[in-house]
Design a protein around this ligand. Structure first.
Ligand code: NAD
Length: 522
């Protein structure tokens, strides 16, 4: 199927018949042309969609982990058979280069297998041995029960990974799932959900709603749990909205990730890592390396290597876009932020070693940019840039580098490069962030799906991946069941009498005092 056919088919599913309806044009970042138009789902339609999948959820829960695995594995196989077409659509709506676009399906394939295998283990009943010997006559267990409907609200930088990718554990847990993708990049997800519904004929527990804040807000009102990924600003709005219905939520927000390079680090690997970690996906990653602190003795060598690396990168649209390293920016508004941060740094005295300009011609392009001699008076060191920009600052020693790395409102990720991995670990443990890699990059942490990933400080609340990444989609029931026949009443129950109170008091004293004299009250 060609891209044009895919788009035509997509439009028949993403365009609702209701009229007059608001619409959103989805643009191609490489040239600014309109790729498709999607209909905005107003709050009433969001409520309808949630009600519909809610009605199907008990059946989905009832088919059990194996039944759900069957459908998710069919989706996995469908992705494998259609990846080229999905990558085409992803490139068209996001401006990613081919290698970056392909990451999205790779993640989904791995996530489906991971959650189908590990999820049931994370959600198995957990037996708890009561600490109180008197209660050992009961069996006690933790039971995980899915929230009926989970909502996922996602950003534009990874339109599949951060939407369906974050929702797979919800489906594995037995929730129904409604996703509101970013209004900038709804198309590839819509195609996957269409395949789930139409080609696979899978249960009616997965759908999308399209729109901006009004649609997202309505989803918060209707769902039983919300997984939000996006900016700190919107995250706060979503959290306030969720307070109205006391809806639990998980927030994955912005970052300003530092890299610390110690004087004995492997400078070549560190410079390669800074280049890739800062410019992968055109730097539009919450975990992107945005600030680098390098110890003074190796600063010049590091900067020279990094400059050479950044200058070698190929950016652009070669027609097929298979070979470029750095793509266009997905969001025109974010491009303005990037340009403003670079100008602010330039005005404040930083040196732009390479890049620092918008691309020529139509589309949303910004050159891969290396800024040196930056300092903390500059936006590029303080605020999330979220684009193809790396800023480097000299640190007198590792302690200063760690202090500067922690001098931020964010706490999402970080990297530490040191010659001695043990020293690297000591530095890493002092960094205030949820994801820290030693002599490595965040994608290693992200790739270990058993490791929780979440932000400290203004970078979020809650975790994706690991046990927490699926248990959050569940309500916890603590269950006790007698293991032996029980008396008609208990000494703790009514009626209260002085004698019973005395017995209870002696029991608690005996159990909790330490030393026989105290236990016996002698
Ligand atoms: P954004 O906050 O503007 O939008 C995120 C989503 O929220 C979009 O789908 C948007 O339509 C929706 N939304 C907007 N207003 C809303 C409202 N009032 N109620 C409900 N939903 C609403 O973020 P963005 O510009 O799409 O994405 C970039 C941001 O995402 C960056 O800050 C980046 O760091 C962050 N991000 C974080 C992670 C992470 O895992 N921590 C991952 C990727 C991106």
């Amino acid at each position: 199927m060609t891209l044009g056919e895919a788009r035509a088919r997509l439009m028949s599913t993403v365009t609702a018949p209701a009229a007059p309806a608001a619409t959103i044009d989805v643009r191609k970042p490489v040239d600014g042309s309109v790729l498709a138009t999607v209909t905005v789902d107003p709050p009433e339609r969001v409520a309808e969609v949630v009600d519909r999948v809610r009605a199907a959820q008990p059946g989905w829960e009832a088919i059990g982990a194996d039944g759900r695995r069957h459908w998710l594995e069919r989706l996995r196989d469908w992705i494998l058979a259609n990846q080229d077409r999905l990558d085409d659509l992803m490139q068209a709506e996001s401006g990613k280069v081919r290698a970056d676009a392909a990451l999205e399906c790779f993640y989904l394939l791995e996530a489906i297998n991971f959650w189908c295998e590990r999820g049931p283990r994370y959600l198995a009943d957990e037996k708890i041995t009561p600490h109180n010997p008197l209660l050992r006559t009961r069996s006690a267990k933790i039971v995980y029960t899915p929230h009926p409907v989970a909502g996922v609200i996602s950003p534009w930088n990874f339109p599949l990974i951060l939407s369906l990718g974050d929702g797979i554990p919800a489906l594995v847990a037995g929730c129904a799932l409604v996703i509101k993708p970013s209004e900038l990049t709804p198309l590839t997800l819509a195609e996957l959900v269409r395949a789930w519904r139409e080609e696979l004929g899978a249960p009616d527990v997965l759908d999308v709603v399209n729109g901006t804040g009004e649609t997202g807000g309505a989803l918060v009102d209707e769902c039983d749990f919300i997984q939000f990924t996006g900016s700190e600003r919107t995250g706060k709005v979503v959290m306030k909205r969720a307070a109205d219905t006391l809806t639990p939520l998980s927030l994955e927000l912005g970052g300003k990730d530092p890299m610390v390079v110690a004087r004995d680090a492997d400078v070549e690997r560190a410079a390669n890592a800074a280049c890739f970690g800062g410019l992968l996906n055109t730097g539009q990653i919450c975990l992107s390396i945005e600030r680098v602190y390098v110890e003074e003795p190796i600063y010049d060598e590091f900067v020279e290597r990094l400059r050479a690396n950044v200058e070698r990168l190929r950016q652009g649209d070669d027609g097929r876009r298979y070979e470029a390293d750095v793509g266009a920016m997905t969001s025109p508004a974010q491009l303005e932020v990037v340009a403003e941060h670079v100008e602010d740094a330039r005005r404040a005295g930083a040196r732009i070693l390479t890049g620092g300009r918008r691309g020529d011609g139509p589309g949303d392009w910004y050159e891969p940019t290396l800024i040196v001699d930056a300092d903390h008076s500059m936006k590029v060191m303080r605020e999330e840039t979220f684009g193809p920009v790396i800023a480097v600052m000299k640190a007198s020693d590792a302690d200063e580098a760690v202090r500067l790395a922690n001098d931020t409102r964010y706490g999402l990720g970080a990297a530490v490069f040191a010659g001695d991995p043990a020293e690297g670990e000591r530095l890493a443990r002092r960094i205030e962030a949820g994801t820290v890699a030693v002599n490595d990059l965040y994608m290693t942490n992200y790739g270990v799906l058993g490791l929780p990933m979440g932000g400290w400080k203004a970078s979020g609340i809650g975790y994706r991946h690991g046990a927490a990444g699926i248990r959050k989609f569940c309500r916890v029931e603590s269950l006790t069941i007698p293991r032996i026949p029980q008396p008609k009443s208990e000494v703790f129950w009514f009626p209260y009498t002085p004698r019973r109170r005395g017995i209870v008091r002696r029991i608690y004293r005996f159990m909790n005092a330490r030393g026989w004299r105290r236990r016996l009250g002698l």
